[in-house]
Design a protein around this ligand. Structure first.
Ligand code: ZN
Length: 670
């Protein structure tokens, strides 16, 4: 084996330090100081050396983040100190009761210091650092024993592989706890990609995080956008760490991401203020939270309070108003989507969940149906998270009636009777019959939906009628409908028929992104449709594009690119598009200044160090209708440059793009 010389060893050490430094700036602080290309160059050099001298690969090398060899199953890994679960409260009155018990336990009348933090909706994990090195990582599991997912956790960039020397000499064993989450935009992109690959989408961001983390092949995990937020350590008797807030400070210093809404407060009044503030922020966050965790700050107080069964007496989860409710499962029907996926849908006894009456909820797929073992007559727990479709998350076994009947997944398409298949490696069952009425109905509804051509009044009932009456075989037929053809339909009064014809007329004049979305190309949601419109500006250019051009559009992955390309090569689609044009559908060019805010249609690039994290500015820009791009190009309108701006600044100068600082940015907003 070749022997490395000292010079190479020095270079290797420097490379690793540099890469770790820049990774931290990028993944933890959202504030990179070098370009992606420069970062890649460092990384490539590291891989090159390690390939030449495999004996120099260490477990903390940044190269280990790309994913190790797949494993057959996850080994159980006991926690040295159990990961407890939290008691829950749902109102201020209940919190006051908790606070009273804390004071009683501490034999004090003084206000207690609490740490408050958002309750992240992801997967709880524990990371074990020995002598500063990340040696093991596991899921929470049942709190006593988790699953060993060390190689997968190593791939998450916001998890340090090594701690500082001063930290590791002081704490040779440090167990860090936190939550792995997936941000909502990342989750949506992932789902679009899964759909484009004909795989079943994930149900919610929690499934997104858990499903991505619990992959037997760590390189799959490495490809998923996961974030780790640390929220504490397992020990309460480490020297120099006498409080939760001190532990959090240490973790922050060691390069962990700490949620920026974590606060130290005093007394129940301040806790309530934080809860209200967090509830108000909730919609604006780009990740899911379901409440606030409140912990007694002092460790000696925690020890004094102790625990009851598996829950500590010193912490509580204050949940947002019930997003879950119990109700009865009355039936399960199987619905066929526009791409042929068969989804079991729960028919529920109507129930209010966070202000909305829910009578249908998704059961996702056969695996989920089996996992729940939900039977007709069961009492089930329904959940609504944000604007996600309500789902059945659990059943209440104790309330199962004697005559509860099992649900059987059908073998034939409930719409057309074709034998359904479950493709290899997929969670979904499909009807592969392109002429299946249910699929046609789905395509028609998608076409007429708000994000599409926005044809008022064309809902599922009418779509079904039109198909049944043979008036519509594909969406282009809509443009040839006449009022007289509609009148014989059930419940179709003269007025209603006129309204529909009028709505179809209006839809002939629309915007380019809406037309693209309406076509229903698999994987092309509203965001992708907008990207395509921005890029091609005219529909004709999109139609005639090459696969190569499509794959080079920022934000369009290779699978979606292929779907789009194939769509326009398909003879049936070409005929349909032609019929739409002849039927009067206008295909206008894209108007760049479509945004509504003061920055509508403007593209920004952010660089250098600013007074706040980049996401702060990104959110402001997007709220005002602007867009943030990753690199400077001729399409950039403004470069927002902070201190120490690098290559992006040079490029912007070269291209003559307006360069503004924070003050000028504020003026733009005003
Ligand atoms: Zn079918």
């Amino acid at each position: 084996m070749a022997r490395p010389d000292q010079k190479l060893l020095d270079e290797l050490r420097q490379l690793r330090d540099q890469i770790n430094h820049h990774s931290r700036l990028y993944y933890v602080e959202d504030n990179p100081s070098i370009s992606d290309a420069e970062y890649d160059r460092l990384f490539d050099r590291l891989l090159q050396i390690e390939k030449q001298y495999p004996q120099l690969v260490t477990p903390d090398s940044p190269s280990q983040r790309v994913g190790a060899t797949p494993s057959k199953k996850f080994e159980p890994l006991p926690h040295r100190i159990p990961m407890l679960s939290l008691q829950k409260v749902t109102s201020f009155e209940e919190f006051i009761e908790f606070d009273r018990r804390v004071k009683e336990g501490l034999e004090t009348t003084e206000e207690v210091e609490y740490i408050t933090e958002p309750k992240l909706d992801g997967l709880a994990v524990e990371l074990v650092y020995e002598n500063g090195m990340l040696v093991r990582g596991s899921t929470r599991g049942d709190g006593v024993t988790g699953e060993n997912i060390t190689p997968n956790l190593r791939t998450i960039r916001s998890i340090p592989l090594r701690l500082s020397d001063s930290c590791s000499s002081k704490y040779p064993l440090l167990e860090v706890r936190g939550e792995v989450i997936m941000r909502r935009p990342d989750f949506e992109r992932l789902n679009e990609a899964l759909i484009a690959q004909n795989q079943a989408p994930l149900a919610n961001t929690r499934n997104g995080a858990a499903g991505s983390l619990r992959q037997l092949n760590p390189s799959v995990t490495a490809s998923r956008p996961l974030i780790f937020y640390a929220y504490g350590i397992s020990d309460t008797d480490l020297e120099g760490l006498d409080r939760q807030s001190a532990a959090v400070d240490l973790l922050r210093k060691e390069g962990f991401r700490i949620n920026d809404r974590t606060r130290l407060v005093r007394g129940s009044g301040q806790v309530e203020e934080r809860f209200k503030a967090l509830a108000g922020d909730r919609e604006r966050l780009d990740y899911e939270i379901d409440g606030m965790v409140v912990k007694v700050d002092r460790f000696d107080s925690q020890i004094m309070l102790g625990q009851i069964s598996r829950a500590p007496r010193w912490a509580v989860a204050w949940k947002f108003a019930a997003e879950q409710a119990e109700t009865v499962l009355e039936d399960v029907i199987f619905s066929v989507g526009r791409t042929g996926v068969i989804t079991p849908v729960a028919r529920l006894k109507p129930v209010r969940v966070s202000g909305v009456t829910v009578s249908n909820a998704s059961l996702h797929n056969e695996d989920e149906l089996r996992r729940l073992d939900a039977r007709i007559g069961d009492t089930v727990i329904v959940q609504r998270a944000g604007d996600v479709i309500p789902e059945v998350v659990d059943i209440v076994p104790g309330k199962r009636p004697g005559e509860a009947t099992q649900v059987v997944f059908p073998s034939k398409c409930p719409s057309c009777g074709t034998k359904i298949v479950r493709p290899e490696g997929e969670a979904a069952h499909r009807c592969l019959n392109m002429a299946c009425p249910a699929q046609l109905e789905g395509r028609l509804i998608h076409f007429a939906a708000k994000g599409g051509l926005d044809i008022d009044g064309l809902g599922d009932k009418l779509a079904r009628q039109l198909i049944k009456a043979n008036l519509v075989k594909d969406p282009s037929d809509l443009f040839y409908l006449e009022k007289d053809q509609l009148l014989p339909l059930d419940l179709m009064a003269d007025k209603k028929a006129s309204n529909l014809i009028e709505a179809i007329n209006r839809s002939r004049q629309t915007e380019l992104p809406k037309v693209i979305y309406a076509l229903g190309v698999v994987g092309v949601g509203e965001a992708a449709a907008r990207l395509l419109a921005e890029h091609f500006v005219s529909f004709e250019k999109l139609e005639k594009t090459s696969l190569d051009e499509l794959t080079h559009i920022d934000g369009i992955g290779p699978v979606i690119a292929a779907n789009i390309f194939e769509y326009f090569r398909n003879e049936g689609n070409r005929v349909m598009l032609d019929r739409m044009r002849r039927g009067g559908l206008a295909l206008p060019n894209y108007q760049r200044t479509g945004g509504t805010g003061v920055l509508g249609g403007k593209t920004f690039v952010i660089t250098g160090t600013l007074s706040k994290p980049r996401n702060h500015f990104k959110n402001l820009i997007e709220q005002e209708g602007g867009k943030v791009a990753g690199s400077v190009s001729a399409k950039t309108d403004y470069l927002l440059a902070g201190v120490d701006a690098g290559s992006k600044l040079d490029k912007a100068k070269k291209l003559g793009i307006a360069i503004i600082d924070e003050d000028q940015f504020k003026q733009l907003l005003a």
